[in-house]
Design a binder for this molecule. Structure first.
Ligand SMILES: NC(=O)c1ccc[n+]([C@@H]2O[C@H](COP(=O)([O-])OP(=O)(O)OC[C@H]3O[C@@H](n4cnc5c(N)ncnc54)[C@H](O)[C@@H]3O)[C@@H](O)[C@H]2O)c1
Length: 257
């Protein structure tokens, strides 16, 4: 499968080998793309560089998504190396421990701001930053990662559920704004996957067990399954799909009682 042959992409959200974004970066490369990864802090730089070394000719750039300066520096660096951009994968999310441990009603103003800034506003800011690079390529594909906690209550998901609801709405508004430039914007709503971000949700293992018990496929999903759908959404096979949230969750969302 080389649906991304000759394409260049930016993948934001790789922290370690379990990151969903890392699986997407690898799958995108396997489909023919050349990929840039970002690291949000010096603490994570070495991890990201070690993983990037497994890719062919990778580009590694700093990007803390709460920094307007670092976001503003990305396009020039990408342009120098890639001469444009075909896709963006947005896999950044964060909420403070307090907001994930306490009842939702206790969400602090600052905790709300941080979660929505890192997990939601960053998609808008990054999309705006890469738009000129995609326009020059005649279009592009932007993909973010969301969770069903945007629509239903999952114990301890709390402010992340609100951030994901706003993220999914942002996908639709961005799709409307950028569609005339042939830039598509979609999300994958992934089933529960054991990653660094997931380990911040207390009781995450019991969520996984509910997928095993109740999802139509009697399991949750793994990173590679999300990545395969991501390659589809980044590539020409999905050229008429935008503003969409694609459920990759072993069917869990479809089940009531
Ligand atoms: N793991 C799951 O069960 C699951 C399910 C559905 C959706 N998701 C979503 O998938 C995405 C990726 O998460 P993951 O599960 O792979 O975990 P992860 O911890 O590997 O990825 C989260 C990423 O966000 C990055 N990040 C946090 N703050 C940042 C900042 N200020 N600037 C830049 N990057 C920052 C982290 O460095 C990390 O790379 C997230 O949006 C998450 O909400 C995860």
């Amino acid at each position: 499968m080389s649906s991304l042959a000759g394409k260049h992409g930016l993948v934001v959200g790789v922290a370690n080998k379990r990151s969903i974004s890392w699986a997407i970066a690898q799958a995108a490369q396997a489909a023919g793309a050349r990929v840039a990864l970002t690291y949000p802090s010096e603490r994570l730089e070495e991890n990201v560089r070690e993983l990037a070394a497994k890719l062919d000719n990778p580009l590694v750039l700093p990007c803390d998504v709460t920094s307007d300066e670092q976001i503003a520096d990305l396009p020039a660096a990408l342009d120098r190396e890639f001469g444009g951009l075909d896709f963006l994968v947005h896999g950044a999310a964060f909420a403070r421990r307090e907001e994930l441990d306490h009842p939702f009603v206790e969400t602090a103003r600052e905790g709300f701001r941080v979660a929505l800034d890192v997990s939601t506003y960053s998609l808008i800011a990054l999309s705006r930053a890469v738009r000129p690079l995609m326009e020059r390529r005649g279009g592009g594909s932007i993909l973010t990662l969301t969770y069903l906690g945007s629509q239903r209550v999952f114990t301890n998901y709390n402010v992340m559920g609100v951030a994901k609801a706003a993220l999914e709405a942002s996908v639709r508004y961005l799709a409307a704004d950028l569609g005339p430039q042939n830039i598509r914007v979609n999300a994958i709503s992934a089933g529960a996957v054991k990653t660094l971000a997931a380990s911040g949700i207390s009781g995450f293992s019991s969520i996984l067990q509910v997928y095993r018990d109740r999802a139509p496929l009697r399991r949750s999903v793994d990173q590679s399954e999300v990545a395969d759908t991501a390659v589809f959404l980044l590539g020409p096979g999905s050229r008429a799909i935008t503003g969409e949230v694609v459920m990759v969750d072993a069917g869990f969302h479809a089940v009531g009682m």
